[in-house]
Design a protein around this ligand. Sequence first.
Ligand SMILES: C[S@@+](CC[C@H](N)C(=O)[O-])C[C@H]1O[C@@H](n2cnc3c(N)ncnc32)[C@H](O)[C@@H]1O
Length: 281
Amino acid sequence: MKIINSEYKQRNMKIWNEIAPRYHKRWASVNKGPFQSTKKLIELVKINKNDVVLDVACGTGVVTKQIQKKVGNAGHAIGVDTSTTAIKIAKKWNEKNKNLDFVNIDAENFSFSKKFDIITCQYALFFFPNAQKALKNMKNSLKKSGKIGISVHGSKDNVPFFNSILDSAIKYIPDYVPAGTPNLDRFGTQSALKAEVRKAGFSNIVVKEFIFNYSPGKFEDYWKNYIKYIAKPLKEKLNELEYSKRKEFKESVKEKTKQYTKKNGEILFPWQVLILTAKIN
Ligand SMILES: C[S@@+](CC[C@H](N)C(=O)[O-])C[C@H]1O[C@@H](n2cnc3c(N)ncnc32)[C@H](O)[C@@H]1O
């Protein structure tokens, strides 16, 4: 399993280096759909002026940017991520500031000499093959009074933006999700998320559920943009599919989106998000 984990991590890092600019443009920098969670997460963790806050798997720094605004000049915000491209983007669109840093660090392998008031982690816990290790690192890096705030996508049926395509993709391209890839909705229920965080030694665990709406446009826009924004290895697999199979695949996705399609042809997907807060005592 260890070898698979390290292979997966290498692959995932490569993917994030490739897609970070597109991810930033389409998702993180636009507070639409699931990214309405950034504001909610910041509210729920209750950041005070002067706090020292760590944002784990910060990506292009969307949450870190908001944290920095809250902590003020006497506080400190640090964003960490394994993707060098994401960190570069984060540095570029965040103003140069003495109390803001972005560093390339693996969530499963870090320790800081200082302790944090708050640690956040948005849309990444499910990517860590050893989520326990990441959560324990977070716990060890918190002050006694510290807390964490974690956002994850809900279970697959409650996130049809992904599931409408993934469900069919797996049928037409059996290796679409390579072996060793963690299940991305593995913390998508209150009980699974709470259990994982409790196991790492946290208490006072509270999970709030949100349903955001996201419109990817009409079906053709949804399909075209999905293909445009996915990582290269997936695009290649799609392109290798023979014409008739690709057509069938597309039709089966269209069928799944029908229940979310309005009279004017626009799709409106609900998008479930869970946001957890917890303390260490
Ligand atoms: C969906 S993005 C979320 C980024 C950011 N938190 C946001 O809300 O926009 C997932 C991020 O997790 C990062 N990531 C994946 N595995 C990681 C690991 N083991 N350690 C640190 N970052 C990791 C990826 O590089 C990517 O930037």
